[in-house]
Ligand binder design. Sequence first.
Ligand code: 13P
Length: 341
Amino acid sequence: MDVQNQLQGTVAELTLKGKGILAADESQPTIAKRFKAIGLESSEENRRIYRSLLLTTPGIGEFLNGVILFEETLGQKADDGTPLPVVAQRAGIVPGIKVDKGTVALPGAPDDLVTQGLDGLAGRLADYKKKGARFAKWREVYVVSDHNPTALGVEANAEMLARYAATCQEQGMVPIVEPEVLLDGTHSLQRCAEVSESVLHAVFHALHRHHVMLEYMLLKPSMVLPGKDHPRKAHPEEVARETIKVLKRTVPAAVPSINFLSGGQTSAQATANLNALNALFPQSPWTLSFSYARALQQPVLEAWHGRPENVVNAQKSFHQRLTLTAAACRGAYRPNMEPAA
Ligand code: 13P
């Protein structure tokens, strides 16, 4: 199969309506942080057990088109010896892989960050593909302050995303392009909108310069939200309207799907906001879906606590979270569906 057909096939499977993507690609420091919060050591075996728990949850193929894995997970097996990427495939879920190597300070742009990992990327992608991955993810993060991101930060990060995406497409791997405007800070919703607009504008300009085929990529942006420490919280309808306004100004209609990250919102907030997007904008040119890590996994970690006797309950809570999040893809979620409501 030629590269274009591979990309086309994978995009078709990743964009089935009413379903989304699970991000289970926490880097070693991030998963260690999540495990520490439940009093669990981040050993290779505990990570295997946890990610097996997620992927072997019965019925999740009904809600998930894809799963983003961490490199280590590609080589791990479920208890019955089945490689975890195969477990996903058998459930009808396309396995993908996080390929960036995290952030460093960007010299010349105080307080801005830039993501590493381009060196040797083509070779790594070929290897991941042999192990079953069919799409990739790369995240750039943007700190918001009165001075950040700087113009240089916005340009440098866009360039990285575009070079990554072009390399993926050349290898027949669908790139998920993830520019995350961070939720941390006291900034207003309007400031987030302004930053998001300039970030996305630069990203799509760079994607164009690098000849990335927009039809064969997915965008994974943050929603337009006030900073976590801003005094006023935004209503889901307001979040949806501001988010769509920015996306319409910056994202070409050729992009098939926008799969939001949750970015530190609670599970209920991330679901309500995605629901408002779909309820208010059913005719949007892109599929509006999710690629959540924390908003899908937080309740699972809390139910599991690293104990074998809790696995069944943890899987139930994962299934329930997916049910609600998938309902939000159809605008059919209501807050009173929440377990605590
Ligand atoms: P969150 O949904 O927790 O923001 O994670 C998404 C992700 O993949 C971060 O890179």
